[in-house]
Design a protein around this ligand. Structure first.
Ligand SMILES: Cc1cc2nc3c(=O)[nH]c(=O)nc-3n(C[C@H](O)[C@H](O)[C@H](O)COP(=O)(O)OP(=O)(O)OC[C@H]3O[C@@H](n4cnc5c(N)ncnc54)[C@H](O)[C@@H]3O)c2cc1C
Length: 390
């Protein structure tokens, strides 16, 4: 088989890239190791920056998001037993939209099916080769176990953090920048009416908690926990009690417990590789970088990368201009590092660290400053709604 761009991974990065390329008349093939059903049900991120929302709308895949997404014009920061609001709309004129990553994935797959473009689900044994040549190759077995060789002009490694593309780059090419946090998030999805319309980020001596939502009837909540936390030791009752304890104080939100329909522990890590390109292979999204979820940036960064990459392919195929492809990594990394900084800062300000009472007092002072200084609130707001795409 032959194509212009071979795309490995049908997450937000791979599917959005395929969609943008199709709109530019560039052919691509998407290869995914999971089933369509699995990727369409995989619960992950859920906060879309304004730029992501605009891109989905402008490229014709935002119709369901417009109907079902929840527009949020601010968040609450809760500390010292009180909540204070950061008003995004008033500070920046922008907002975010709460709409599950798996819903974005469903919309992008539907668009690809509608466009009659090629996708392989349930593939096994994916491998890439000849990355330095003019004919890089993707090899895999299709859902029937038949071997396929896909010869490409370029390969986009959109296969997430545990994919095969980044490890296919020879040793010594990539520089790795990494931070592993000494805590994780225990996340739940519950059939329960959200306590309020907007998210609550709470700093508490017992640890951080985040109250989020997916719909008017589904609540999403997270608790800071140990990275080795045994989920079996967290029956539903204990989770609700712990969240209630971490929200205690004046104007404590009124939790309405309901059946927990999903539970899991997510590690917290900041990670970047540089450069995001080797020969004809371009890395995008989680295959090149990971952020702790505190700033709600993972999926948004993946979308921002592929917007840059799609425009670079468009310049190459449309005008024979390879300058933008050559600049891809540098262009993306400028914004990625600013977003890394924001995610690290939110994580540092809101979680309990081992530093004890002194560090906690400094965090409270910072939260007080961020919520009372217009300049500081604006800094948080403009990062949260998303820095401009490069
Ligand atoms: C459990 C979890 C919870 C998260 N929660 C949040 C959150 O609340 N907020 C937030 O902002 N971010 C969150 N994130 C991060 C966010 O979901 C990711 O940043 C986002 O999915 C990145 O998109 P991507 O397309 O780059 O990678 P992915 O979504 O990981 O997609 C990569 C795809 O490649 C496929 N693949 C892998 N290897 C191969 C192979 N060898 N061959 C073919 N296909 C392959 C995978 O199956 C996958 O479908 C979470 C991540 C995880 C793991």
């Amino acid at each position: 088989m032959r194509t212009q761009v071979g795309i490995i991974g049908a997450g937000p990065a791979g599917l959005m890239l395929a969609h943008l390329l199709h709109r530019s008349g560039i052919e691509s093939v998407v290869i995914e190791s999971r089933s369509r059903d699995y990727v369409e049900q995989r619960i992950r991120a859920g906060v879309l920056e304004q730029g992501t929302v605009d891109l989905l709308n402008e490229t014709g895949v935002g119709e369901r998001m417009q109907r079902q997404g929840l527009v949020h014009a601010g968040i609450d920061l809760r500390f010292g037993g009180r909540s204070r609001r950061i008003a995004f709309d008033e500070l920046t004129g922008k907002h975010v939209v709460v709409y599950g990553q798996h819903e974005v994935v469903k919309d992008l797959i539907a668009a690809r099916v509608r466009d009659g473009a090629q996708m392989f689900f349930d593939v096994t044994g994916t491998a890439v080769a000849d990355l330095e040549s003019d004919r890089p190759v993707v090899r895999f077995r299709d859902a029937n176990g038949e071997p396929v060789e896909l010869v490409c002009d370029f390969i986009a490694g959109c296969d997430g953090f545990h994919g095969i593309c980044r490890p296919a780059i020879p040793e010594g090419v990539l520089s790795v920048y990494d931070r592993i946090y000494p805590f994780a998030w225990l996340g739940i999805l519950a059939e329960s009416k959200p306590v309020q319309d907007e998210l609550i980020y709470a700093n508490h001596e017992r640890g951080f908690t985040l109250i989020s939502l997916r719909s008017p009837t589904i609540t999403r909540m997270y608790l800071q926990c140990d990275p080795e936390e045994n989920i079996d030791e967290w029956p539903d009752e204990r989770i609700w009690d712990e969240i209630r304890a971490r929200l205690a104080g004046e104007d404590a939100p009124d939790l309405v417990p309901g059946p927990v329909i999903q539970k899991g522990v997510t590690a917290m890590r900041s990670y970047v590789v540089e450069p995001m390109q080797y020969g004809k292979l371009f890395l995008a999204g989680d295959s090149a970088h990971i952020v702790p979820p505190t700033g709600a940036k993972g999926m948004n960064l993946a979308i921002a990368d592929v917007k840059v990459l799609a425009e670079a392919f468009d310049a190459f195929y449309g005008r024979g201009d390879s300058g933008r492809l050559a600049a891809y990594s540098e262009t993306c990394l400028r914004r990625i590092w600013k977003t890394q900084r924001f995610s690290w800062w939110m994580t540092s300000m809101l979680h309990r660290f081992e530093g004890g009472a002194f560090d906690h007092r400094v965090q409270l002072a910072e939260l007080d400053y961020v919520t009372t200084s217009r300049a500081a609130s604006t800094t948080l707001a403009e990062n949260y709604v998303g820095l401009p795409f490069e």
